[in-house]
Design a protein around this ligand. Structure first.
Ligand code: GLV
Ligand code: GLV
Length: 320
């Protein structure tokens, strides 16, 4: 069967064997940039049975409308998040959709959330920039004073697999953990806040681990930012639009937030311009799962899902 891969992914050559052994015909796009909607539509018009997509590839009902897409059986998304795909439209057309989570992938994201929290706390980006600028002329007791994590309250928004891994790691820092999600998690000893606002008022660190849906779009916004505890840090390794970035910038300017650490942007790849001017903002280019272990897992999972689905069996990590 015929498979379209929108961009060559890490560990592709090392993990491709199951696809080759199954005798599939592979069309791998060679451009090192995200595919446009027009190009995707034109490519799919050629007729494919399987599709490997990246989080930058938008799969809409319009893109799937062509007759040739009737042969499409599986879209394997090379990501944990799947807000780039209209999963309901795929279901209507009997197209399976899978994502690519694993413990290693989830752990990489959890570790990135901690990386950002630690970096904000100790002003790592500012201090490092100072060194790179050769501005250090000798030890001074009063420079780059930060704060401590011990005894602070960590507020986790979204207590799925990644949120739970973030919570587990808080123990080492002797922090108190509270979380908000639509229901309390079974067998979880952390304090549950049914109301997001209660968490925002009490947490010193707020870290976001919800999928992007209509309900979570702008979950953090100008209405609830004023409720944040004084000196609180906000960290986003979920999806950019979970926060209203312009209103976060405003809250930072007004001193309602002590810092913002984000691996994701509301409009990737363009950060809200004002954020770039702020010293207490750390931005990274959507690299939370960019570890060799996680990327290799993602490649293996996406390839495995294509092989399974094209053999006629429901694959793992089905989203419908
Ligand atoms: C990355 O953002 C992912 O969803 O895997
Ligand atoms: C700092 O390096 C100290 O020794 O106090």
């Amino acid at each position: 069967m015929k498979i379209f891969v929108t961009r060559k992914i890490p560990f592709w050559d090392a993990e491709i064997k199951p696809l080759v052994d199954a005798g599939h015909e592979l069309v791998v796009r060679t451009e090192n940039s995200a595919i446009s909607a027009a190009e995707m539509k034109a490519e799919l018009a050629k007729g494919y049975d399987g599709l490997l997509t990246l989080l930058t590839d938008k799969i809409t009902a319009d893109i799937l409308a062509g007759d040739t897409n009737k042969q499409l059986k599986i879209i394997a998304n090379y990501a944990v998040g799947f807000d780039n795909i209209d999963v309901a439209a795929c279901k209507e057309r009997n197209i399976w959709v899978t994502n690519a989570p694993s413990d290693a992938v989830n752990e990489s994201v959890a570790e990135m959330a901690w990386t950002l929290m630690l970096a904000l706390t100790r002003r790592l980006n500012e201090a490092s920039e100072f060194m790179h600028n050769a501005a250090y002329t000798g030890w001074e007791p009063g420079i780059f004073m930060g704060s401590d994590m011990k005894g602070k309250t960590l507020g986790i928004v979204g207590m799925g697999r990644i949120g739970s891994m973030v919570a587990k790691r808080a123990q080492g820092f002797e922090m108190k953990v509270m979380y908000h999600s639509h229901k309390p998690m079974e067998g979880n000893e952390f304090e549950y806040k049914a109301n997001l606002e209660d968490l925002l008022k009490q947490a010193d660190y707020i870290t976001l681990h919800v999928p992007l849906t209509p309900e979570t779009t702008h979950l953090i916004n100008g209405k609830n930012l004023p409720l944040f505890k004084k000196g609180a840090f906000l960290v986003n390794t979920a999806r950019g639009p979970v926060v209203n970035e312009a209103e976060v910038a405003e809250a930072l300017r007004a001193g309602m937030l002590a810092g913002y650490g984000a691996d994701v942007l509301e409009n990737e790849p363009h950060p809200q311009a004002e954020l770039l001017q702020m010293e207490n903002v750390i931005l990274t280019p959507h690299i939370a799962s960019a570890t060799t272990t996680a990327r290799r897992d993602m490649t293996k999972i996406a390839i495995g899902n294509l092989v399974t689905a094209l053999a006629g069996t429901a694959p793992a990590n089905m989203l419908q």
